[in-house]
Design a binder for this molecule. Sequence first.
Ligand code: XMP
Length: 510
Amino acid sequence: MEGGILILDFGSQYTQLIARRVRELGVFSEIRPCDAPLEEIRRCGPAGIILSGGPASVTAARAPLVSPALFELGIPILGICYGMQLLTRLHGGRIGRSTQREYGRAELRIGKRSSPLFTNVRGNSVVWMSHGDSVLELAPGFAASARTSDGTLAAMEDRRRRFYAVQFHPEVIHSAEGKKILKNFVIGIAGAARNWSMKNFVAHEIASLRERCAGKKVVLGVSGGVDSTTLAVLVQKALGRNVTAIFVDNGLLRLNEVEEVLHSLRRLRLRVTCIDASARFLKNLRGVSHPEKKRKIIGKTFIDVFYRGLRDFDFLVQGTLYPDVIESNPVQGPSQTIKTHHNRVAEVRRLERQGRIVEPFRFLFKDEVRQVAKLLGIPSDIRDRHPFPGPGLAVRILGDVTRRRLDILRRADDIFIAELKRSGWYDKVWQAFAVFLPLKSVGVMGDERAYGNIIALRAITSLDGMTANWVHLPAAVLEGAAAQIVRRIREVNRVVYDVTSKPPATIEWE
Ligand code: XMP
């Protein structure tokens, strides 16, 4: 990362956003845990270092710190929130609990002395604050460079040593001048190299795959989703015939999905082997109704089928994305509850120790993968598919997963999605699907009262799946889908629409 920006992570929910913003400036950035060894930091050769925010109090006995030797490297530093308090504490200033926790919008007022951090930044602007501590006394060598409208210290600097700090979060969109402030640090102060682009990234990854794996046997798993398809195309482009893609049919996929996925992967000229393990998955799931138990069983069965079934290969390529990588961060912020489905399995750790895991996307975010997909010429019907959970329809059938229920759900889901596509709504929503409810409600069929199953429909918009809003689909679209579902699926006599957002509800029903 010579000439890029290194971000030391103290556990803020916004750390990934900092990395994003730096990349948007065309500069490579990488996140490392705050306790990364100094030698490693030096080896990276960053043009600048950003100390992220974090949930801890810098005054706490076990507050995460950095080695004071970091400040002797002569590298420009920007401290954000916790980073600012840390700079203060380690340089002999004083920190105290704020009388009230500041959270949300504040008015930034830049001081009279023009600071390189605020070049071309408006004198007054809105910033996003979120902190419980504040700097009561500046450390020797530092001067205040901005305050909020109520007089709270909002920015400080030691220009001689090129240390800068802000109490607010320039990386979040609510800080109106945030991008400019980050640019002033990254380009103006640190002089980082602007040589990051997706095109360079693709060329670089292809070259390094060839260097590492040429002439070797390479395997990777594909699901039909955008990440694994893009990865497979990239690897294929780099290594050609030595690549085998493996697709596991877990029996929990949507209507005709297996055929469609295989068809579209083969259309991209990938060599795909399909393992039909559906009977094994369904057998292991028999009688299990607890959602997390289902996930565990599906995860374990997948490991048995995929990793333990792997024979005769040199390298396993994985589609790990950046959010997965930094979820193994030692500082646990509020955003970092580790998802069970991302935990690394023992098989992978063993291969890792042997140096046989390759992860070309480990520095990318999801939407960056979409850009790579576009560069690689992957058609839009694959690029724009809605996300689909690893445990598949098992978490969309409340209660036991049976063949009969799967069959009903598949047909209902297919009708709903077709209706969304027909009406032009598919591309306007982030995710949409049907859910099977294991209840019977009363209905009339002909002259008789009959008990039938209930299907719930859900459509949401979201940026990243962390929060979501339910979509106000036109009544005609909902009615069209509902009418077809009850007409074509004999077992269903009632369709309902989910009008809850996340939070408090999750996107999936289980
Ligand atoms: P929730 O339901 O947590 O979903 O609001 C957020 C996003 O994650 C997907 N999801 C999963 N994906 N394994 C996955 O690979 C899982 O166990 C899982 N659970 C939820 C969900 O579809 C949504 O896009």
